[in-house]
Design a protein around this ligand. Structure first.
Ligand SMILES: [Zn+2]
Length: 82
């Protein structure tokens, strides 16, 4: 899974708002948003996150998706995958 840079993330947020992303992509994007000052200025991360979770009705229960996102956010913050 490639790490998304700011440009990729912004492109994908648009797709994501149209519900066209996989769960793995959603996790990567929200993790980037939560860890990036530049993107954080452009997007209300909490709003985006709530939006994602309320829409995620497919395979993963919303709580699992939220956990996956938070784990990824922490990984990046700890420098595990940065
Ligand atoms: Zn960014």
């Amino acid at each position: 899974m490639p790490e998304f840079d700011c440009q990729e993330t912004k492109r994908h947020v648009h797709e994501f708002l149209h519900n066209e992303l996989s769960e793995a992509e959603i996790v990567e994007i929200t993790a980037h948003l939560a860890n990036c000052d530049s993107c954080e200025g452009d997007y209300d991360v909490e709003n985006v996150l709530n939006n994602v979770i309320s829409r995620a009705c497919a395979d993963m229960p919303p709580q699992d998706l939220a956990d996956a996102i938070m784990n990824r956010v922490r990984e990046i913050q700890n420098g595990v995958a940065h």
